[in-house]
Design a protein. Structure first.
Length: 103
């Protein structure tokens, strides 16, 4: 599956534009901010400390490659141009270290 593929676009009840799509490389900084905000608030996820941009870039690179190979289904929610949630499903194997990210 291609990165940036849009599945759904709609307006939230408050009028904000919501896009459900596969991630793309340009989402790196938003995804880093999302995971680090979850780590900071001690959310119940596998990550318990902030990640570096280099670490997130390596993770995203692998995730995008797996997406293109059909090994994962990876979906993000974008509100007004900012990534606010992400989730990925792995085909035929156990989840990676961060299976679900929600803001």
């Amino acid at each position: 599956m291609k990165s940036g593929k849009i599945f759904e676009t709609f307006s939230a009840k408050d009028g904000r534009r919501v896009v459900l799509r596969t991630p793309k490389w340009e989402d790196l900084d938003d995804l880093l901010e999302l995971i680090n905000s979850l780590a900071e608030e001690k959310a119940e996820i596998v990550v318990d400390e902030k990640l570096s941009r280099e670490h997130e870039a390596e993770w995203l690179s692998g995730a995008l490659l797996s997406l293109e190979k059909g090994q994962i289904f990876f979906l993000i929610a974008e509100v007004d141009g900012n990534v606010v949630a992400s989730s990925d499903l792995h085909v035929g194997r156990a989840p990676r270290s961060v299976p679900v990210r929600l803001a």
